[in-house]
Design a protein around this ligand. Sequence first.
Ligand SMILES: NC(=O)c1ccc[n+]([C@@H]2O[C@H](COP(=O)([O-])OP(=O)(O)OC[C@H]3O[C@@H](n4cnc5c(N)ncnc54)[C@H](OP(=O)(O)O)[C@@H]3O)[C@@H](O)[C@H]2O)c1
Length: 297
Amino acid sequence: MLERVAVIGLGNMGLPIARNLLRAGFPLTVHNRTKAKAEPLVAEGAAWAESPAAAGARARIVVTMVSDDSALDGVVSGEHGLLGALERDAIHVAMSTVEPATARRLADAHHRHGARYVAAPVFGRPETAEQAKLWVIAAGAGDAVETCLPLLKALSRGISRVGEDPSRANLVKLAGNFLLLAMLEALGEVFAFVEKAGMNRLEVLETLNGALFASPVYQANGERMCRGAFSPAGFQLALGLKDARLVLRAADQLGVPMPLAGLAHDHLLTGVARGQGHLDWTAVAEVLRDAAGLGSR
Ligand SMILES: NC(=O)c1ccc[n+]([C@@H]2O[C@H](COP(=O)([O-])OP(=O)(O)OC[C@H]3O[C@@H](n4cnc5c(N)ncnc54)[C@H](OP(=O)(O)O)[C@@H]3O)[C@@H](O)[C@H]2O)c1
């Protein structure tokens, strides 16, 4: 029999994740700070819970997919928070991209309450989530991760298990997002370079990606930049800035210089300062176009 599941946080990622769990047959309860976003799922058969605590009380596995560390802390320990309501041995699967230190702290707090914490951040955009093709990085106690596997398989094309310490999953996720930030920075610089020389950016992308990388990730993000397809955002520039901050903070704690992360941070910060935080993170290319005297959209 499938476990009772709750999903808290129905944004760009949480909504398709919850929908796939519902379609896979999990008895599902949902909660979101803004209730209206839950309505389509309730129409499809999910139960609505008025608070994270009410959602937590109804489930054996609670998935959270909220924006950042402070939103996750609020959902867990704020007023009507999840933690106090969890049944003994219930599992909280935290999918947000947060600081490794946050995962460690929350895992301890869950342990003190007799509940279990699994970190399961994901790679993939909202459309990947819709297709149930995310890549999950999972870490937590072996039996807890095992119990979650049917749920994780229902929303992913791959699962990497990276150990028992939940913070490791968040570290791997940050490492991946750092590579993506470095890619966006490099693509943005190349597009300014070739555009200023009067060349067609899309043609150059196809040539270089075909010759060097053969990467669907380069292709999709490069095309978004060339077409100026920044709205609606799949992943908001402001959330990219959050991730650059998390990488820099974790690198600082580990004593590892990551100068590229600093560069990406500054360009994302410029994008937010220009009022573009709500756009897709590929809009960082506009900061680089502007710096090259090409103006910006
Ligand atoms: N989008 C992507 O491509 C992608 C890919 C991989 C990982 N991620 C990560 O997944 C997480 C969610 O991203 P997203 O794109 O789904 O973000 P999003 O569309 O902005 O959704 C954010 C969700 O968090 C909720 N939330 C924000 N602040 C809150 C608070 N203080 N208390 C309670 N709920 C709060 C929002 O509720 P409201 O509806 O009320 O605002 C919404 O449900 C982030 O950690 C992100 O880094 C995103």
